[in-house]
Design a protein around this ligand. Sequence first.
Ligand code: NAD
Length: 294
Amino acid sequence: MSKIGFIGLGIMGKPMCRNLLKAGYELVVYNRSPKAIQELVQAGAEAGESPKDVAERCEIIITMLPNSPNVQEVILGPNGVLEGVRPGSIVIDMSSIAPITSREVAQVLVHKSVRFLDAPVSGGEPKAIEGSLSIMVGGDPADFEECSPIFQAMGSSALLCGDVGAGNLTKLANQIIVAINIAAVSEALMLVSKAGVNPETVYKAIRGGLAGSTVLDAKAPLMIERRFDPGFRIGLHIKDLNNVLETGHEIGSPLPLTASVMEMMQVLKAQGLDQADHGALVQYYEKLAQKELN
Ligand code: NAD
């Protein structure tokens, strides 16, 4: 079994590492703040000194970082993966970033005969812990096949979506649909609430029909209970929608609905809610209608 390097031990990276250890992989881990490294060393991983050191010691290097600049820094920056990585290795970036950055990083790595897959995930912390993430991959089919057992240790599905960048494009599509769906649920429930009809009854009445969705089932009950602890933070969703808008503008694919929901999220961020769950979008409508949902 190849030794795996894992860089970025946050909400997602830590449980993903635990599942790799459970599956029998040897791990060398690195993170900016050292506390997470120690936790994983106690679970059986080796500590890395830097991204360069991790890359020197492993043939497969996974990154799970917040956004494009972090991935560029860790892979291409000083003391980064590029400085230590050996020809023939594979870098798998599982962060949700701009597809153009995935392609740029891959183009640099290829000069050192290093292969690259972009493989963002959906499912959040609970599914990262369970090992049942959905993994969307871009890259070469043979590299994807080679890494399939690694994906299986962290997820319940891994699908090759196209060339490098296609994994992150798929993730952007996912984030558009989730954001607009949450806005639609908020708008609809606020209407009935303002009109004096119980939003919970409306939710139960419509969830089995065409308006039913995973988002409706996940978010409507929390909105009705006014529970906004994350989950998936508004700040992270803003990051994803930024990547959506930049990508769409670059290729000439307009995104009017995404742009509207982005501005709603910006209002909430300005009000200090960027750490709240993205279901807190209903609070935007509460302010407009001057009424709490429930
Ligand atoms: P996080 O902020 O909890 O973790 C990121 C980790 O990266 C932190 O531990 C940080 O210390 C480390 N880091 C940042 N810059 C670094 C650097 N230069 N060198 C070394 N370490 C560095 O984020 P997360 O929630 O784990 O999310 C990671 C990625 O997964 C993001 O792209 C996010 O959008 C995506 N994602 C998150 C969720 C979720 O529910 N949290 C769900 C799906 C996808």
